[in-house]
Design a protein around this ligand. Structure first.
Ligand SMILES: Cc1ncc(COP(=O)(O)O)c(C=O)c1O
Length: 419
């Protein structure tokens, strides 16, 4: 029998968890690049609405999820925790492997968890238009959907290489009434700095989106990863996982997620971090591409979140704002930086990171899809590669490890990448 754990809606957590309340160290503040001092609230208000900035800086441990967002979450949440029993058998591992499947959301990934929250808080703050960037298109489609739900116009700069690789993602954004242009574009000064055939990067797309926000008083910017409030909204993943494991009477030894800017990984592990801080032996493993090795090869320092230098300076692991990653299919992992929260946890060695070649991740994803019946997004394939590696290690060491990973999205729009 297939083992999985469902929660009913009443059991779903009705709050997000804010790790900042429990960290025994302070996060370095975002800096204003003009003064090199902590950036003022006024400047940030030009980009984000007040309620999201309050969450960004909050020290409150639990933040109530508003009713309107809960109602939208109920469309697809709680999500299942599924035992990868076919994969376990195939690997002949004594480890138990569970995955939290976020691909069930309306646009196919975890990104909807924060998109709905960001659209809601923008709506109640009077925003009319949201500008954003997207890599593979998962974030752009999630925000388009959320914008439609809460009555906001959504305009997306999509990294050119992914725009070409994934036409169905563009169609999905258009279906949910989002407008999409390939980035670099000729709509902004930032975009015009690059030539028309440039593959683009998330850093460039962020610069373009921010430039448009600065021109339009009624617009705000929505970011799909990296910032504290984005990770906060994603903790619904880890909070549900925790309850589901408790139902099974299990305690995880290893928790794994793929890592682009850090939102699905952070959302999964953050509710478990206090256990590690109080001495439990638990491994948190962030899996990233070898070609964009932010946590494994980056430097821990202040850097811009975008390529041109519009954003505040964030203290994070970075490959440098000018780094242009190769045109891999996991477009959502082609980002030069990492969330400040994940970066400090990695710096303090509370989080580990591993990098994988594109060929290894597709091999792992194909094995998984053929056994488990879900075709993973190329980003999520990195978490699968990490889980397989850990399960084989457990086999070699003859250890009954409990391995949990987040399958952040499905890859039904990524079939050409598989082919
Ligand atoms: C399915 C999927 N997983 C993971 C990511 C990586 O982002 P993050 O590290 O913020 O979870 C993306 C980004 O677009 C994505 O689309």
């Amino acid at each position: 029998m297939r083992e999985y754990v469902n929660l009913n809606f009443e059991e779903m957590p009705k709050y997000w968890y804010n790790i900042l309340a429990d960290l025994p160290f302070e996060l370095d503040p975002p800096l204003d690049p003009e003064t090199n001092k902590p950036i003022s609230l006024e400047k940030l208000l030009r980009l984000f609405p007040q309620p999201l900035l309050e969450q960004e800086m909050s020290n409150k441990r639990f933040i109530k999820i508003p009713e309107d967002i809960l109602e939208e979450y109920a469309v697809y949440r709680p999500t299942l925790l599924i035992r990868a029993s076919f994969l376990e058998r195939y690997l002949e591992t004594p480890a138990k492997i569970y995955y939290k499947y976020e691909g069930i959301s309306p646009t196919g990934s975890h990104k909807t968890n924060t998109a709905l929250a960001q659209a809601y808080y923008n709506k109640i703050s009077g925003t009319k238009v949201l500008y954003t960037e997207t890599g593979a298109g998962q974030w752009g489609s999630a925000l388009s959907y959320a914008g439609l739900k809460f009555g906001l116009k959504v305009k997306v700069f999509m990294v050119r290489t992914s725009y070409k690789q994934k036409p169905a993602r563009k169609q999905l954004m258009n279906f949910f009434e989002g407008e999409v242009v390939p980035s670099p574009s000729d709509l902004t000064v930032s975009g015009k700095r690059y030539n028309k055939n440039h593959p683009g990067s998330l850093g460039i797309a962020i610069s373009e989106a921010m430039e448009k926000v600065i021109e339009n008083e009624e617009a705000k910017y929505a970011l799909g990863s990296v910032l504290n409030h984005v990770l906060l909204h994603q903790t619904i993943i880890g909070l549900e996982t925790k309850k589901q494991l408790e139902k099974l009477g299990l305690s995880p030894d290893i928790i794994i997620g793929c890592h682009g800017g850090g939102s699905n990984f952070g959302g999964t592990i953050l509710p478990f971090v206090t256990e590690k801080l109080s001495g439990k032996d638990i491994k948190f493993l962030a899996c990233e591409p070898e070609s964009c090795p932010t946590l494994t090869k980056g430097e821990y320092r202040y850097d811009f979140g975008d390529s041109v230098g519009f954003t505040p300076l964030l203290k994070m692991y970075t490959l440098g704002k000018d780094f242009i990653p190769p045109e891999i299919h996991a477009g959502g992992l082609r980002y030069h930086g990492a969330a400040p929260i994940i970066s400090i946890l990695a710096k303090k060695r509370l989080v580990e990171a591993a990098s994988f070649k594109q060929s290894e991740t597709f091999k792992a994803a194909k094995i998984f899809a053929k056994l488990e019946g879900i075709i993973p997004a190329p980003e999520s394939a990195h978490a699968i590669a990490g889980a397989i590696e850990e399960a084989l290690k457990a086999k070699k060491e003859k250890k009954n490890k409990i391995i949990v990973f987040t399958l952040s999205g499905h890859g039904l729009f990524d079939l050409s990448a598989y082919i």
